[in-house]
Design a protein around this ligand. Structure first.
Ligand code: F6P
Length: 364
């Protein structure tokens, strides 16, 4: 009997999702004769009545490789274990979801998502016996189980181009320009784009910064005639606390919201110490939109085929990943257990410091 699988995209979108869908369908439907049913808007498509699903066939894949977003739609607001209802109510609809998967004749689910979506998939497997295969996705590149997630380098490309553009206007006006980039609780996008775009200062959540040290870097540049400076700020970056403690995730979220965002806070902290006009620019969702760069298209295609390989081998409960240049599988439980922060002692931070980039803190 032919295999029938459900496939969904969950969480924030990332360039390359459609390329994964295309590769999975080309291999699974085109070569192995499977039926693949796309579920719309993450798990929600199976919780709505009537269900919102569509058959994924070879012709659904036409033109998908360079297309940004996801043809299935996505959401980061639909956890079936804590499902938002009317008037702020929440309910556990996971059993309903499991029944819908069975009723649709799906043998299992292929779940394209970040850590939140993979954690839900893992719970559907352990608590409801739904076979799942994960495909890691996030522009944040914060999943420790894989060396790289598709979408990350596309986002870095957008942020790098933004830095290039900010350079010319910053130089013309002799200003300090701050660019705020995404990345959630990790600073990978800021670090990579900062290196690629020649930032003078990189502020990341992993390194609480001292505004006076940042200002000193800007002043040193002014003293040698470089009258502008470029600061890239990860959306989770905050100044160091006087007592040296690190904020919890909730404290960080609150401080950022109360302060008006990471780049606004940084500007407020640094401005009193420098004699230059400052401006901030929040890059936002431009980083998630548009066509994937070639390396993301290639990685997404490898992950799509890798996911089909895991299904073919009945390696349910695993997530595709790239490790040491090779695509393979890793148990989902390991994949969701570790958040990947920037390695403070790693080669990337050391390289950045070695070309004079300031992080606003002494090396550890
Ligand atoms: O996880 C991807 C991401 O783009 C983060 O970098 C960012 O913090 C978040 O999603 C933004 O989410 P939303 O699209 O809900 O504003």
């Amino acid at each position: 009997m032919s295999r029938c699988l459900g496939l969904l995209t969950g969480g924030g979108d990332a360039p390359g999702l459609n390329a994964v869908i295309r590769a999975f369908v080309k291999r699974g439907v085109g070569q192995l004769g499977w039926t693949v049913i796309g579920i719309e808007d993450s798990f929600n498509g199976l919780l709505d009545s009537p269900h919102r699903t569509l058959p994924l066939e070879l012709r659904s894949c036409q033109g998908l490789l360079p297309r940004g977003g996801t043809i299935l739609g996505t959401t980061n607001r639909g956890d079936p274990f804590d499902f938002p209802g009317p008037d702020g109510t929440r309910s556990d609809r996971s059993a309903e979801l499991a029944a819908a998967i069975h009723d649709a004749g799906m043998e299992g689910l292929v779940v394209l998502g970040g850590d939140g979506t993979q954690a839900i998939a893992h719970r559907m497997m352990t608590e409801h016996g739904i076979p799942v295969i994960g495909v890691p996705k996030t522009i944040d590149n914060d999943l420790s189980a894989t060396d790289l997630t598709f979408g990350f380098l596309s986002a870095v490309g957008v942020a790098t181009e933004a830095l290039d553009r900010l350079h010319t206007t910053a130089e013309s006006h002799e200003r300090v320009m701050l660019l705020e980039v995404m990345g959630r609780d990790a600073g990978h996008i800021a670090l990579w784009a900062g290196l690629a775009g020649g930032a003078d200062v990189i502020l990341i959540p992993e390194i609480p910064y001292d505004a006076e040290m940042v200002a000193a870097k800007i002043r040193r540049r002014q003293e040698i005639g470089r009258l502008f400076s470029i600061v890239i700020v990860a959306e989770g970056a905050l100044p160091a606390r006087p007592d040296g403690t690190l904020p919890s995730a909730a404290e960080r979220k609150r401080a950022l919201a109360e302060g008006g965002g990471a780049s606004v806070i940084a500007m407020r902290e640094i401005q009193p110490h420098v004699d230059a006009e400052m401006r901030n620019c929040v890059l936002g969702h431009l980083q998630r939109g548009g066509s994937p760069v070639p390396i993301d298209r290639v990685l997404a295609t490898r992950f799509g085929v890798g996911a089909a390989d895991l299904v073919e081998a009945d390696r349910w409960g695993e997530m595709v990943r790239l490790k040491n240049g090779v695509v393979g599988g890793v148990p989902l439980v390991d994949a969701i257990s570790d958040y990947r922060f920037v390695d403070l002692e790693g080669e990337f931070v050391r390289t950045a410091r070695s070309v004079g980039i300031e992080f606003g803190a002494q090396p550890i």
